[in-house]
Design a protein around this ligand. Structure first.
Ligand code: SAM
Length: 286
């Protein structure tokens, strides 16, 4: 079992914490390299805590958070202490506005990482959300006692990321899949195919994830299969996804999600887990 102090540092749209009981048994723990090309908040990765892995996301701010936790935990904690001491609604909006300024690029990586963690802990619904220009746009959350610093988690995570062979990358998922060899295991958690117009949230990064990109992803999965690489993918339960993956094993699971534009309305929604195991003799629950 991994270090229990290590849990996701950021709350992320589509977080998989509540589905861990369904997902974990489908992951081959004996793989040579665990690969998560859409890592987001990393619920599965931090639960698994593999000894060798590649994690990747397109979102630069997110990847900068992980690199900063690994390399500068103490400096990051010090900056978060400052945010905590200053936290008010007015301060939140001043920090949020930094990415609207051309000076933003001059912030240090540690300042940028502490900004994202601070905003994530104090914004409404605690989620990372950007507008089409890539600017953080979630409003202030008015929490009584937000856990802004989280020093224990940051230190434990830093030690793990330094100690294990974890390759942290920023870019398109396809670049990560290119160099993989047999023996690797890939968990894909892409932005989901929207199931209705009200749930068409694709605001992780500018650009979104269209149906064409879902088709492209299916072709990448076929390439993994052809190379004999096992994978697991989460996606929404909708006719388009079921049709695309009709030749693969599909498990239906229930998740609690925000089901319409009213953030307070949550409901059970079905999602799918699509998987391919390269070697029939190898049990997926090992
Ligand atoms: C569903 S979220 C992942 C949720 C995560 N597994 C968790 O448990 O919190 C999808 C992620 O894919 C990233 N993403 C979107 N397009 C991408 C691309 N082309 N390549 C890599 N990552 C991408 C987004 O930034 C987002 O973090």
């Amino acid at each position: 079992m991994g270090n229990m102090l290590i849990t996701p540092i950021l709350k992320w749209v589509g977080g998989k914490r509540q589905l861990l009981d369904c997902i974990m048994p489908l992951i081959n723990k004996n793989c040579s390299t665990y690969v998560e090309p859409f890592v987001g908040g990393g619920a599965v990765f931090f639960e698994l805590q593999p000894k060798k892995a590649i994690i990747n996301d397109y979102n630069e701010e997110l990847i900068n958070v992980y690199l900063t936790i690994r390399d500068y935990p103490d400096e990051l904690i010090a900056k978060l202490e400052k945010h905590k001491a200053n936290n008010t609604e007015e301060y939140f909006y001043a920090i949020r506005a930094l990415d609207r300024d051309s000076e933003y690029k001059k912030l240090t990586n540690i300042e940028r990482a502490s900004r994202i963690i601070y905003l994530n802990k104090t914004c409404y619904n605690g989620l990372y959300r950007v507008n089409s220009a890539g600017q953080f746009n979630a409003p202030y959350g008015k929490y009584k006692n937000p856990n802004i610093v989280n020093a224990t988690t940051i230190k434990a995570m830093s030690k793990y990321l330094k100690g294990a062979k974890i390759d942290i990358r920023q870019g398109d998922y396809k670049d990560v899949l290119k160099g993989l060899r047999k023996g690797a295991f890939v968990y894909l958690d892409p932005p989901y195919m929207p199931i209705s117009s009200s749930s068409s949230f694709t605001g992780y990064t500018e650009g979104g994830f269209s149906y064409e990109k879902q088709v492209e992803l299916k072709l990448e999965c076929d390439k993994l299969k052809a190379k004999g690489i096992s994978f697991l993918q989460s996606n929404s339960d909708c006719p388009e996804i079921r049709e695309l993956y009709k030749d693969y094993e599909i498990i239906t699971v229930q998740a609690k999600r925000r089901i319409n534009s009213n953030a307070l309305k949550r409901g059970e929604i079905s999602e799918v887990l699509i998987y391919y195991v390269s070697n029939a003799k190898q049990s997926v629950s090992e």
